[in-house]
Design a binder for this molecule. Structure first.
Ligand SMILES: [Zn+2]
Length: 285
């Protein structure tokens, strides 16, 4: 099975967004008022060339995100909390074409969550079945969704996603699942935390696994250290998800991929599995 990491430009966030400090509301405030920016981080999406058809995971960001007025200026996060760089030829449509895949031939599109840098390329996928959790869709929709930082006025008019609930059996430490293929080798798993409806895509390759973990952490190293980001609305849920990811990686050799880790594409290429160590996780940051 060919799996591609597809970079759709760069994002920078506050350092405290990558790795949160403190707890509760103070944690969110420290992220917001942090004066330090991260490096330019990649924005990754993925394409899985499965025998049953191509599955795309996330859509990256659109070049329009760099136009003044694309994001609401009244929203403090877009005004003060994030910077993005995307060229038109870096959007997921052209990127897929370079790989010999027409966006219209994709069998399924999965969104780990609906933040703009994961849903910004939706306009390339008209007519393609798109799976997103019901929880994520509800939180991201309407005026309240826009207040929460989901610019849903930029979703294409025709967009009609399929809201899913993960109704399948547990997979290791993950409490539920949903098979995406007849062969059962590509599965959605719940990874709540960064957002409440956040999911990951787990691919079985023989005895090992590839885990597309969305924004469960901002790098592999941060996951190994058990660090929770500085924007997850529910810190406890985010920590619990990281504990489960670590537990899974102890049981199964796993290539761990997150959207904003500069090491993601190289690890996928080399099928480099993560060593989370045998030690117990930090219980506190
Ligand atoms: Zn996100």
């Amino acid at each position: 099975m060919e799996i591609h990491a597809i970079q759709t430009g760069f994002v920078a966030v506050k350092s405290r967004q990558r790795e949160g400090a403190g707890h509760g509301k103070a944690r969110l405030a420290r992220t917001f008022f942090d004066r330090n920016w991260s490096d330019r981080l990649p924005i990754y999406a993925y394409a899985i060339e499965h025998p049953e058809g191509v599955i795309v995971v996330d859509t990256g960001e659109t070049a329009r995100a760099t136009e003044p007025g694309y994001f609401p200026r009244w929203h403090p996060y877009f005004r003060f909390g994030v910077r993005e760089w995307v060229e038109p030829e870096e959007e997921i449509g052209p990127r897929l074409r370079q790989l010999g895949i027409e966006a219209g031939d994709v069998r399924k599109l999965v969104l780990t969550h609906l933040h703009t840098d994961h849903a910004g390329g939706l306009h390339h996928f008209q007519g393609i079945e798109t799976l997103v959790t019901r929880t994520e869709l509800e939180l991201a929709s309407g005026r309240r969704g826009r207040l929460r930082g989901y610019p849903n006025n930029r979703w294409p008019e025709w967009w009609n996603p399929t809201p899913v609930a993960l109704s399948g059996p547990p997979v290791g430490p993950f409490e539920a699942s949903l098979d995406l293929t007849e062969t059962g080798d590509v599965t959605l798993i719940p990874l709540p935390g960064h957002t409440p409806g956040h999911i990951g895509v787990l691919i079985q390759e023989g005895d090992s696994a590839v885990l597309m973990a969305g924004d469960s952490s901002y790098s592999q190293d941060l996951m190994v250290r058990g660090a929770v980001d500085g924007v997850a609305p529910d810190e406890r849920a985010a920590r619990d998800t990281i504990d489960r990811i670590q537990a899974f990686c102890r049981e199964t050799p796993t290539v761990y991929l997150v959207a904003h880790d500069p090491g993601t594409a190289a690890r996928l290429e080399r099928r480099e599995t993560v060593d989370v160590g045998g030690r117990s996780q930090q219980s506190d940051a």
